[in-house]
Design a binder for this molecule. Structure first.
Ligand code: AMP
Length: 287
């Protein structure tokens, strides 16, 4: 495994791989890797000849009062983990390499962002779509791997790839969890001990909502009430940011949950904002 920091070198390496007829799998991350990220890399390495993982904490997707500075970083550990997961290149550019000047062009996401994290974090998905457009042009992957932990991101990337005609297949992978159900996240290290003890309540409330859905309840308002009641009864340290039941991937309000729906929530702790979701589909349970 090698580390590449320059855009030009990265593009050259890809051109060489493509000349040799190799398929390219790409896993974009912000580093501080855990088993969630590694599951994407392992899958990418099973399905492609050459795997690139980017490690870049993208300032464009953080709001002015968000945790850009507090976001955990440990590149040496990332290197060891990525190598074991079958990554061939870590693309590790500096901010200056990615944004040498104030950008002339950025990407604006028009749909799927007026709810959930898009509503709580204005401009976040514009920053995500902008950096991904750059990374797609740098890595030129055949397949790109994203986690359903960030289901709204998957919905936005799905729109980005199809609207901008990137010749890339999007592969959405299931959420990897701790034994107590908490979704693995780089931000979990910023939870206090007592917050960490409370945090499994998030997934537990999603499971309770799924149980009610499985009894045949299809009224979105009722499912949302179950979710909110479960969270409000059991959250002491965390503050509920949102709890929603929406169509997926369009992320629209609905009365009846007949097609694919997402049950999603975000909770703010003192130094970490956690998100989680489940996608439910009649006849098929996913992620
Ligand atoms: P991040 O470094 O948080 O930007 O995440 C990079 C990629 O890893 C994104 O596609 C995330 O959805 C994915 N990811 C993060 N946590 C998990 C998890 N617990 N399970 C599966 N994928 C994850």
């Amino acid at each position: 495994m090698i580390i590449i920091q320059s855009i030009q070198e990265m593009q050259q390496a890809i051109v060489t791989e493509k000349k040799n007829g190799h398929s390219i799998g790409f896993v974009p991350t912000m580093g501080y890797l855990h088993e969630g990220h590694l599951s994407l890399a392992e899958r990418a390495s099973q399905e492609n000849d050459f795997v690139v993982m980017s490690v870049f904490v993208n300032p464009l997707q953080f709001g002015p009062n968000e945790d850009f500075d507090q976001y955990p970083r440990n590149f040496e550990q990332d290197e060891q983990y990525a190598k074991k997961a079958g990554v061939d290149v870590i693309f590790y550019p500096s901010i200056k390499e990615m944004y040498p000047n104030e950008p002339t062009v950025t990407v604006k996401v028009k749909r799927r962002t007026d709810v959930l994290c898009g509503q709580s974090r204005p401009g976040h998905f514009d920053g995500v779509a902008t950096v991904l457009s750059k990374l797609f042009n740098i890595v030129m992957p055949d397949r790109v791997y994203f986690g359903m932990k960030d289901a709204q991101q998957v919905a936005v990337v799905d729109g980005l790839i199809s609207d901008m005609n990137f010749p890339i297949k999007l592969v959405a992978c299931p959420t990897v969890r701790e034994e107590d159900g908490l979704a693995k996240s780089s931000r979990n290290v910023n939870l206090s001990e007592t917050e960490r003890q409370e945090a499994p309540v998030l997934y537990d409330s999603l499971k309770k909502t799924k149980e009610v859905y499985e009894t045949g309840e299809r009224h979105a308002g009722k499912l949302k009430m179950v979710l909110k009641e479960n969270l409000n009864d059991r959250l002491n340290l965390g503050n509920l940011d949102y709890a929603e039941v929406l169509t997926y991937p369009d992320l629209e309000q609905t009365d009846r949950c007949n097609g694919k729906i997402i049950v999603a929530l975000a909770v703010k702790y003192s130094r970490a904002r956690l998100i989680d979701n489940i996608v439910l589909d009649e006849g098929e349970m996913s992620c």
